[in-house]
Ligand binder design. Structure first.
Ligand SMILES: Cc1ncc(COP(=O)(O)O)c(C=O)c1O
Length: 319
């Protein structure tokens, strides 16, 4: 899940009672036996699927079966794979989900923002009616009014314009190629790391992200993240399934391929990236090797400038 899926420190966990489900220890995939058992025990009104570090396709259809068994609504948070969903590379949440939410700034590659989608609209079942006519309100109306006037102030017109640009880009054939390459890049990264002896949660990926379990390497996610950052490689410390370390320390790192793919990295470069990561992890105490790796990262990035007319001569120094 995500903080907004009921973490006690987030408004969602303060206002609602969430019950979490997990993944199977061996496969790293959602444990539907557990989901079903918890659903029958707690009878939630809403089931939420989707997460921040799940490398596999979200199993919308299976979640819907569980939701139907207990007459619950199903909401998918597709913040991570929404670009892959838009291009059909990831299965679609429709018609299985009642409501779908997404951010616009991950694989969708737009500005920071969000969206809420309702597929086939339906009347609410908890008695919300229009005050004058007594008409039963549609769920889309309730969501619209929960946003405005419920919580939103003035609209951010520049962000709305940015979203329009991103959605326009997502309709282009080049965006489909981009998304295809994102997944190829993540898969070659996962495969190369596996061959180098790393534990990859779920054994690989269907999407843009790779979750590395460093437990057996005896290195925390925090330490790995800091050392990789010194070498110019941006990753994210992340809990792994059944993690014994705290969320501030963690036993894993999460890597996403969208930014490198935008840069133009393909399979060959991803193999190099995996080796550069390995170089740092294997020599985590050796500042000289980390510095040399930083130079290699710099050289690689210089071959793929973000803006064609602006090669990076020197990477910014971290203080
Ligand atoms: C699954 C999921 N939902 C929602 C969000 C919220 O994103 P933000 O806080 O950037 O709006 C994230 C961000 O990491 C996410 O991973």
């Amino acid at each position: 899940g995500h903080l907004t899926h009921g973490s006690p420190v987030n408004f969602s966990g303060k206002l609602y009672k969430f019950i979490s489900y997990g993944v199977d220890k061996n496969t790293g995939r959602v444990d539907f036996g557990e989901v079903s058992a918890l659903a029958k025990k707690h009878k939630p009104k809403l089931i939420v699927c989707g997460g921040s570090a799940y490398p596999r396709f979200i199993e919308f259809e299976m979640f819907r079966q569980v939701a139907d068994d207990i007459n619950a609504f199903l909401m998918a948070d597709i913040a991570h794979p929404s670009g892959l969903v838009a291009t059909g590379i990831h299965p679609t949440p429709w018609p299985y989900c009642h409501v779908v939410t997404s951010t616009t700034h991950k694989t969708l590659r737009g500005p920071r923002g969000g969206l809420i989608l309702v597929g086939k609209d339906f009347e609410n079942t908890w008695g919300a009616v229009a005050p004058k006519s007594g008409r039963i309100k549609m769920v889309s109306e309730l969501i619209d009014s929960a946003v405005m006037p419920g919580i939103q102030g003035g609209p951010l017109m520049h962000v709305i314009a940015g979203k329009a640009v991103a959605f326009g880009e997502a309709l282009k054939p080049s965006y489909f190629q981009y998304c295809e390459q994102i997944v190829k890049n993540a898969q070659i990264l996962a495969e190369t790391l596996l061959n180098l002896g790393y534990d990859i949660v779920s054994g690989g990926t269907d999407t843009h992200l790779v979750l590395i379990d460093l437990t057996k390497k005896g290195i925390s996610g925090k330490k790995a993240e800091i050392s990789l950052e010194k070498a110019g490689i941006t990753t994210n410390k992340n809990m792994v399934p059944f993690d014994e370390r705290s969320p501030m320390v963690t036993s894993g790192i999460r890597i996403g391929t969208p930014a490198l793919t935008t840069r133009g990295f393909q399979e060959d470069e991803m193999v190099q990236v995996a080796n550069l990561i390995d170089n740092v992890i294997q020599n985590i105490q050796d500042e000289t090797i980390i510095e040399n790796t930083r130079n290699s990262v710099s050289e690689l990035c210089n071959q793929f400038p973000i803006y064609e007319d602006c090669a990076i001569d020197e990477m910014p120094q971290l203080s």
